[in-house]
Design a protein around this ligand. Structure first.
Ligand code: 3PG
Length: 306
């Protein structure tokens, strides 16, 4: 009997795990669970005899693939797969997939949770501002970016987006104003929400020069990846521009230094964007179904290491 390992340092809601087990049971596949592990050795032991894995932001490197002699497929229940060494997977003959869009609404809702908190001065009692009428810049118009735009309409915001890979007509069709460059987005918008993946092109790309283009009272919200921000340069800018705020769902390495900017900085203690029962169910069940479809029929839809 084939075996799926759910390896989640940050566990899914129980209802999602139960759902994954149901999908697997219907297909005659076993499920084993490794949650909240604190040492990589636990992961290396758990992968030894499994055919498939469902993971979240769990780091899957060459050593993990070396230890997983029977592994055929890893599905990242979520969007970003920068935590998986794709070259190592390919070298080991393992298929890697993600589940695009399945947790997008959860992440987008958190963007607004963070934004309202920021513009109301972190609920310190002093008069803040509203989101209505403000210019929101969405950097990368993928699944999360699109959900952010939908919610922003409800807030009555003026919405702009830039995406190097998404045609302007597609953005405009949603009633969102496409801009020609990242620079233009930061120049125009007092609020910018990051939705770019961490790639060799985007790492450290949100830097001093770009951020300094933001109008007075700028708010940067990050629910993407910490690696895309040049933290040293953002710190320098926050020191120089006392009007800027930074709210993030991914704790920066320089969290302690950012905390010096009291009233202008907030980080969730642990990445919470996709941490809803709904997102866990959507992404977890999609992952289980993709594994079953691959093991039974060789279906490689959503493979990312082709
Ligand atoms: C994703 O890439 O899907 C999100 O960043 C969510 O990550 P998580 O599953 O670790 O919460």
């Amino acid at each position: 009997m084939a075996k799926i390992l759910i390896a989640t340092e940050k566990p899914f809601a129980k209802v999602a795990v139960d759902g994954i087990k149901e999908v697997a049971a219907e297909a005659g596949v076993d499920v084993v669970l490794l949650e909240k592990y604190t040492d990589k050795s636990e992961l290396l032991t758990a992968v030894a005899d499994v055919d498939a894995m469902i993971i979240r932001s769990d780091k899957i490197d060459n050593e993990v693939f070396d230890s997983a002699k029977k592994l055929k497929i890893v599905v990242r229940a979520g969007a970003g797969y920068d935590n998986v060494d794709l070259a190592a997977a390919t070298n080991h003959g393992v298929v890697v997939m993600n589940t695009p869009g399945q947790n997008a609404n959860a992440v987008a809702e958190l963007v607004f949770g963070l934004l309202v908190f920021a513009v109301r001065n972190f609920y310190n009692g002093k008069a803040g501002t509203e989101l209505k009428g403000k210019k929101l810049g969405i950097l990368a118009y993928g699944n999360v970016g699109r959900c952010v735009a939908t919610i922003a309409k409800g807030f009555g915001m003026e919405i702009y987006a830039y995406d190097a890979f998404c045609p302007a007509e597609v953005i405009a069709a949603d009633g969102v104003k496409p801009v020609l460059s990242q620079d233009e987005l930061f120049e125009k918008c007092e609020i910018v929400s990051l939705h770019i993946p961490a790639t060799s092109e985007t790492r450290q790309s949100i830097n001093y020069e770009l951020l300094n283009k933001m109008p007075k009272g700028g708010v940067l919200v990050n629910t993407a990846r910490k690696e895309v921000i040049n933290e040293a340069e953002l710190l320098q800018l926050m020191c120089e521009r006392t009007d800027l705020k930074f709210v993030t769902d991914i704790m920066p390495d320089a969290d302690t230094e950012f905390k010096a900017y009291d009233g202008r900085y907030f980080s969730t203690p642990k990445k919470m964007g996709a941490q809803t029962a709904e997102a866990n169910i959507n992404a977890g069940l999609a992952a289980a179904r993709q594994i079953v479809a691959y093991l039974k029929d060789g279906c490689t839809k959503y493979q990312v290491n082709k």
